[in-house]
Design a protein. Structure first.
Length: 330
């Protein structure tokens, strides 16, 4: 993983998160990485679920390598020095805790140090496997990168948790636009204490309120909302109605938050998934089926998204109609 100091390398950093555990987030991170690598892309998988790092098990790698915990404990000079190859050509891995489980206790400056160094890693795609839930350690790794992915399953609680995650990510992102103890932060806190759902307001209402104080500040928040374009993947689906939950989540986000949500993929439940996890081998290496094809479809959609650009809200669901879906599982 050597870099020419005179060459500027543009990579895509994609954080992958979930509102709750058990939805297949780490499984998807690994298999998306494998699929992208087999499409000719150089990929680095980064285990940022610090305190619960397990991405190595999905890759069949022993948890004996120095990782981000080593870096945070100042036993390594850079993240790049900790990147290791995997058994898949063009696919690399940056371990998480390694020998330092205390890495779960992260200070803000430590998170910022990691975030600033990630763009210097040499790869086409850098996939960040984050923990589940909405604590600040997770949100702070998700919000700097507008095209993150939220993984959920077709269950009411999981869908609601996915929505709550996106709402929390936006709230923290807007909050962090302004300095500590500022009037704007007080206004933002008051806004989020009110119920958005069913109120007829969205975060663009907040942008308008901030504009009353300062037009540039309102414009900055509006720009953030327009460039925040996460994707959702519905995992472990079993029916047409399960697939439509992704559309419902997008409608809710558009109505209550004012953001567009890219429906990246609907993935069916397959019995071979649990066997691949137990066998510590990425599913896509041993299977050529509907799930593998759907994962490739997700990767094709990721390629079409232009990073760091303002994308207008969808008025229809035309991208939902183009999803690679082969019908209910038998």
């Amino acid at each position: 993983m050597l870099r020419n100091a005179d060459t500027f390398f543009m990579n895509r950093i994609i954080p992958i998160a979930s509102g709750k555990g058990g939805v297949g987030k780490s499984f998807l991170t690994v298999n998306l990485g494998v699929t992208l690598a087999r499409m000719g892309k150089t990929v680095i998988l980064v285990d940022l679920d610090l305190g619960g790092s397990n991405l190595h098990t999905f890759l069949g790698i022993k948890n004996s390598r120095a990782g981000i915990g080593t870096y945070l404990n100042k036993q390594a000079d850079s993240l790049e020095s900790l990147v290791i190859p995997t058994s898949v050509d063009r696919l690399y891995f940056l371990p998480g805790d390694g020998l330092y489980t205390s890495a779960v206790q992260q200070h803000y400056f430590q998170k910022m140090k990691i975030i600033k160094e990630l763009p210097h890693l040499v790869a086409d795609y850098i996939l960040l496997d984050l923990g589940a839930g909405t604590n600040h350690n997770i949100l702070d790794y998700f919000i700097p990168f507008p095209q993150g992915i939220i993984v959920t399953v077709p269950e009411t609680t999981a869908i609601l948790n996915a929505y709550s995650f996106l709402k929390s990510a936006l709230a923290r992102s807007v909050y962090r636009q302004f300095p500590p103890r500022s009037e704007e932060r007080v206004l933002i806190q008051e806004f989020f204490r009110q119920r958005l759902e069913g109120s007829g307001t969205s975060l663009f209402t907040l942008a308008d309120k901030l504009s009353e104080h300062n037009q540039d500040q309102g414009k900055a928040v509006r720009n953030l909302l327009e460039t925040f374009y996460p994707g959702v993947i519905i995992n472990m689906g079993r029916s047409v109605s399960d697939r439509d939950l992704g559309k419902n989540l997008r409608i809710i986000c558009r109505k209550n938050l004012g953001i567009s949500l890219q429906y990246l993929g609907y993935l069916e439940w397959m019995p071979g998934v649990s066997r691949s996890i137990t066998g510590r081998s990425p599913y896509c290496l041993d299977h050529q089926d509907q799930l593998s094809s759907a994962l490739e479809g997700v990767c094709r959609r990721l390629e079409k998204i232009v990073p760091e650009k303002s994308i207008p809200l969808f008025e229809g669901d035309e991208d939902l109609d183009n999803l690679n879906w082969a019908g209910p599982a038998r």
